[in-house]
Design a protein. Structure first.
Ligand code: 1BN
Ligand code: ZN
Length: 330
C-alpha cells in the first residue's frame, strides 16, 4: 500500500520510526505525538508531507466513541440504534456507502438489521476489510457498550477520516460496521453475529469473498489496560502480520501475552475461507469483570489504546499492500 504524497520508502521510514526510542522498547504515545489536530476531518484533507507518518487521531476517535455512547443502549430495533444509524450514515455519506439491509430471525423475534460498508478504492482488485460491530447487548439493562461496541466503531470512523484524507495504492479498503453481533439470549451459532453471518454468506455467493485478502476485526480495544489476545481461531499468518506491525511500531508489548479462541464476527468469514484476525482484548477489568455489565463505561478507556490499535491496523494494511506489490513483481 502506498499513500499519496508519501513514497513507499518514506512511508517505511516514517511509520517505522513511530514511537520508537531507538532501542526498540515500547513507549506510551506522548501527549505531543497525540492528536496534533482537534480539527474536523474536512479541515484535514491535505495529504501529509513525504516523511510525515500516517497515524490516527485518537482524540477524534475518542470524541466519536463518546458521541456513540451518548445515544445510550443501542440494541437492534431500538430508537437509540436508529439514531446511531443516522449518525453513521451522516459521517460516512461521502465514502461510497453501501447499506446491507436484511431480516434477522432471533430467539426474541424478527429484526430488520443493517450492515454499513464504506468503500475506499485502491488500485488493485483486492480488498482489505476492517470491521467493528456497532450494536450493543440487549439483555443487560443500562448497558452502553463504551468498550464493547463503541470503542471499535469510534476507531473505524477515525480510520474513515484517515482513508478519506490519504488516497492509497494497493488493495481497496472497506470499513464494515456490523449490526447484530451480540446474542439476544445466549451466545450460540444461531444466536450471535447476525450481521457478519449475513454479509459473509452474501459475499461468498456473489464472489466478493475471493477478493478479500484479509479481514481485520477490532472489538473491545479501548480498555486503558490494553492487552490484545492472540485469538487462536484467527488465521495464523494474519495474526503474525499484526504482531509484525506492532513490532515495527514498537508496540508489541500490548499484543499476545495471552492466547485463547474467541468466537466473534470473524467466525463466518473464516468459514467462508477469508483470512481473518480478531484484534480483541478479552480481559476488561480484573478477570473481565466489566464485560457485558453496566460498568462498561467511558471512564475505563484510554485514547492511548485506540491509538495503539489504530496505528497497528494501519501498519498491517500497509504490510498487506507491500506483499501485494511483491506478488505482482514475481
Ligand atoms: C465480544 C464482545 N463478543 C461479544 N461481545 C464475542 C464473544 C462472545 C467473545 C463470547 C467471547 C465469548
Ligand atoms: Zn459483547
Amino acid at each position: 500500500m502506498r499513500f499519496q504524497g508519501q513514497l513507499l520508502l518514506g512511508g517505511l521510514l516514517g511509520i517505522g520510526a513511530l514511537g520508537c526510542n531507538g532501542v526498540g522498547v515500547d513507549l506510551p504515545i506522548s501527549a505531543k505525538q497525540q492528536s496534533a489536530s482537534q480539527q474536523s476531518p474536512s479541515q484535514n484533507t491535505v495529504a501529509p508531507a513525504a516523511t510525515e507518518p500516517w497515524r490516527i487521531d485518537s482524540a477524534r476517535a475518542m470524541k466519536y466513541l463518546r458521541e456513540l455512547v451518548a445515544f445510550g443502549p443501542r440494541p437492534p430495533g431500538t430508537p437509540a440504534q436508529a439514531k446511531q444509524q443516522a449518525y453513521l450514515r451522516d459521517k460516512l455519506k461521502s465514502d461510497n456507502l453501501e447499506e446491507d439491509k436484511f431480516k434477522a430471525t432471533t430467539p426474541v423475534g424478527d429484526f430488520e438489521m443493517t450492515n454499513f460498508i464504506a468503500k475506499f478504492p485502491g488500485t488493485t482488485n483486492d480488498v482489505i476489510v476492517i470491521g467493528s460491530h456497532y450494536d450493543t447487548l440487549s439483555s443487560v439493562k443500562n448497558f452502553v457498550g463504551a468498550n464493547d461496541g463503541a470503542s471499535s466503531t469510534g476507531l473505524l470512523l477515525e480510520l474513515a477520516d484517515q482513508l478519506r484524507a490519504h488516497r492509497h495504492t494497493g488493495p481497496a479498503v472497506w470499513l464494515v460496521f456490523f449490526d447484530g453481533e451480540e446474542a439476544f439470549k445466549t451466545w450460540t451459532d444461531t444466536d450471535s453475529v447476525y450481521g457478519s453471518r449475513h454479509l459473509a454468506a452474501k459475499w461468498k455467493q456473489d464472489g466478493t469473498a475471493k477478493r478479500i485478502k484479509a479481514f481485520i476485526l477490532a472489538d473491545m480495544i479501548g480498555d486503558a489496560d490494553l492487552n490484545i489476545d492472540r485469538d487462536t481461531a484467527s488465521t495464523p499468518w494474519l495474526s503474525d502480520l499484526v504482531y509484525k506491525a506492532a513490532t515495527n511500531l514498537s508496540r508489541k508489548s500490548y499484543f499476545y501475552n495471552r492466547q485463547q479462541p474467541v468466537g466473534d464476527d470473524t467466525t463466518p468469514f473464516l468459514a467462508a475461507g477469508v483470512p481473518s484476525v480478531d484484534i480483541i482484548d478479552f480481559d476488561y477489568g480484573y478477570n473481565n469483570v466489566f464485560w457485558h455489565t453496566p460498568q462498561d463505561t467511558v471512564d475505563k478507556l484510554s485514547p492511548n489504546s485506540l491509538q495503539v490499535v489504530g496505528d497497528v491496523i494501519l501498519e498491517t494494511v500497509r504490510l498487506l499492500g507491500v506483499e501485494t506489490s511483491k506478488e505482482k513483481k514475481q
